[in-house]
Each structure stands twice: as C-alpha cells, then as structure tokens.
Design a protein around this ligand. Structure first.
Ligand code: SAH
Length: 409
C-alpha cells in the first residue's frame, strides 16, 4: 500500500481522531510497487505515518487540500469485515434511538464523518437504500458498501446509487455514477410507473430519488416537522419551499385550519398533491402552488393575505464561503417578507441549511428582518439536524442545519 509520511508534529490532530489529512501536512509519498505514475490515484487506500514512522491510520487518497480522509485509525490496513462492522454500528445506533419502527422506516443510516465513514451518505426508504458518494474513495468501494448494507440491514431489498451531483467535479471516475446496485423488489421498467412509498412517523411519502433532489427526501427535517404538528391546530399555515410537502402533512395531521404549500418546482408540487391525497384523501383545506417564493409572498401581501404560522425552509443560499454575504442578504429578505405576513401572535419556523452560514450570522439576519418590518420577535425554539445526522466532534463542519421558531408580536 502507498504510504503517506507527515511532517513532524502534524500527526497530532490524527491522534485526536480528526479524520482529515491536509496536503500541507505531508512531507513525502512512498508509492507502492504497482504504481506506474508519480502520485497515488484518487480514491486509492493509503496508509498514513508520522515523521517517526508511527502508523496513524488508513484512508482514501484525494486530490485537493484534504489529501486523505481516514477510515480507520491506528491500523495500516482495513480489516476484511470493515464495511460490515461500520454499517452494523450505524444501524444499531438508529435502532437504539428508536428510529426503526413499523410506523417509521425512513431514516439516515450513514451520515459521513458523523458515522466514521467520511464521504458516504446512506438514506433508508422502507426496503430501499439510496447511497451517495461524496469522495472517489467511496465511489470505488460502492459495491462493497452495497454488500455490507444488504448483509446488515434486514429490511433492505434494493440499493440505488446516486452520486451524479456529489462526486468531485474533475475526478477521474470510472463506472456509473447513478443506477441500481441491487434490485430485488419487482420494479416496473418504465420510470413513470415507479412508485416507492416510505413512512415517516406514520405519514406516507412518495419518494422519487430518480428525479428528486438529494437522495429523494429531506430526512433531516423529521423532528422539526413533528414540532410543526404540535403548533398547527386551528392555524392558517404557509409551507414555503415545501418540496414534497413534509411540513404540510404534519400540519394537516396537527389539525391546521388551512395549509398552503409553495415551491418553485412543479414536479415537487405534483408530489405534494400525491402525498396529501394519500394521507388525507378527504382534505379540502390544502392548496399547492408552483411559484417563486419572493414573487408569491409579494403577490399575497398585495392582496392582504396573512397567516398564523409560516415555515421557511429554503435551499442552501450559500454553497461556498465566498457566497455568505449574499446569502445573508437573501435570508434577511425572505424572512422580512414572511414576518410581514404573520398575524400578531403568530409563529415563524425559519431554517438555513447552508453549512457556510453559522448560527450567529443566521440569527442576526432573521432578527434584522424582524426589525426591518417593525415586528418584535421572541425565540421559542432553536432547532438543528436530528439524531440520525450526528456530528463528529472532530469534524464540526458536519453541523449544517439550523432553525429558529419565533413568536411574532
Ligand atoms: N421543506 C422541504 C425541503 C425544502 S428543500 C421538506 O421538508 O422536504 C428546498 C426547496 O426549495 C426545493 O424543493 C426547491 O425546489 C425549492 N426552491 C428553490 N428555490 C425556490 C424559489 N425561489 N421559490 C420557491 N421554492 C424554491
């Protein structure tokens, strides 16, 4: 195996189990005999050693400022049962947290660094796992990962691989980035007739990972959706950036008087209608509209429309650090527009899933929005990502979702 030798003292963060080796920490690369080129291949398994030849761990080699993502600390190779052991551990955690139930078969099984599997995401939808690689190393191992999921997660029959949007842009990828890795359930050939249903806290959702966003659903809002259910009774609710209607279904079950779901994507709105019809076939108090958020709020305000409870769950406004300033302006603008439309004594659920925007900056943007439209607000809850999206304490970058529930005077 190729060996990566670190500069003196650069082993310290690894000894504390930080999973990344930065390229600047490397003094020398000793290629193993089979190498033709003069550098390791992206995705290759490498062994990392200190300047005093201490074995620190093995991980996937990457091109870029993060040169190695460690999979196993303190050893110079991966044990044969490595993938099964890690997947089993991840599944046990979800089981022990009470997420694997008859009325809840939707959960995140693997959350990258948070599950000691840097670069890997696995979401479970009933009997299907959707696997997403964020590194070439995980892409290379996709078949072993699929075998381990099949062996360790009893309910899984099918495994879909979806990494077309998540692999590094210039990576020299061989093999498919998207498609079935395992397919046991009878699934019609025609894409248009494929129907997958998954259950979250007793509510049914049609999941479309083939055409949908991310792995098909935003599992990370599960606990926050349950909180909306608690506050929805008798209220006029607006679910802005609704995607497939997660918050809307919980609001309806919570006894909302009316629920308006809005998303710019017509495909998302079609799925909202399908999901509402499945769970609440007799509902007459739900409306779904395909519209741009800013335009919708402006138009509704002009007509004097107001709400008791508004949910704002926009896509990441800042995908990189250099976009943070603009993103904060965007958060302030959309929150101001929403707060203006909340009746006195109403509630705002507002979120940011931009990893680059920190909690403090987001709060400031939301409070500035309230001040801008002359409304005073109080914090009822501070929200974050749920327990199946754990944060590795050595990888604080894994914390991305933040939310506020505000009481609007
Ligand atoms: N709340 C959702 C997830 C929201 S993801 C849930 O619980 O599942 C963000 C959504 O915002 C996407 O569905 C995307 O289509 C939508 N979106 C992006 N830009 C938008 C815009 N300008 N106006 C309205 N919706 C937008």
């Amino acid at each position: 195996m190729t060996t990566i030798i670190l500069k003196p003292h650069k082993e310290e963060s690894l000894l504390r189990f930080h999973p990344w080796v930065f390229s600047g920490a490397i003094v020398r690369v000793v290629l193993d005999a089979k190498h033709k080129g003069d550098a390791p291949e992206e995705g290759e398994l490498v062994c990392v050693q200190s300047s005093t030849s201490n074995v620190l761990g093995v991980g996937h080699w990457q091109v870029g400022s993060i040169a190695v993502r460690i999979l196993s600390f303190g050893s110079d190779s991966l044990p044969a049962d490595f993938w099964r052991t890690r997947i089993r551990a991840a599944y046990k955690v979800r089981e022990s947290l009470g997420l694997v139930r008859k009325d809840n078969n939707t959960f995140r099984l693997v959350h990258g660094e948070g599950d000691n599997l840097p670069g890997l995401i696995v979401d479970i939808y009933a009997d299907t796992a959707v696997v997403q690689a964020h590194s070439v190393g995980m892409h290379v191992c996709r078949t072993e990962i699929a075998d381990a999921i099949l062996a360790e997660v009893p309910q899984i029959q099918n495994i879909y691989y979806k990494s077309d949007d998540t692999l590094p842009f210039k990576a020299p990828i061989e093999g498919e980035k998207i498609g079935w890795l395992v397919r046991n359930t009878e699934i019609p050939e025609s894409r248009d007739t494929e129907e997958f249903w998954s259950t979250e806290n007793g509510l049914s959702f049609r999941i479309d990972w083939l055409r949908g966003q991310k792995t098909g659903f935003f599992i990370d809002q599960r606990e926050n959706r349950a909180l909306v259910e608690r506050y929805a009774h008798g209220k006029d609710v607006l679910n802005m950036f609704c995607y497939t209607g997660g918050f809307s279904l919980y609001a309806l079950r919570g006894g909302a008087k009316t629920v308006d779901s809005v998303d710019v994507s017509q495909k998302a709105i079609d799925l909202v209608n399908i999901n509402v019809a499945k769970n609440f076939p007799d509902a007459t108090n739900h409306t779904a509209v395909a519209a741009d958020a800013f335009e919708y709020l402006t138009a509704q305000k002009a007509q004097g429309r107001t709400y008791d409870l508004i949910i704002l769950d926009p896509p990441a406004f800042a995908k990189h650090r250099d976009a943070v300033k603009n993103a904060l302006r965007g958060y302030q603008r959309i929150n101001a527009k929403a707060i203006e439309m909340i009746r006195p004594g109403g509630i705002l659920f507002t979120f940011s899933c931009s990893q680059a925007v920190d909690k403090e900056a987001f709060r400031l943007a939301v409070f500035s929005a309230a001040a801008q439209v002359g409304r005073s607000v109080r914090i009822l809850h501070q929200l974050h990502q749920p327990q199946d999206h754990p944060i590795n304490i050595y990888h604080p970058e894994g914390e991305y979702l933040k939310g506020l529930v505000l009481y609007v005077e």
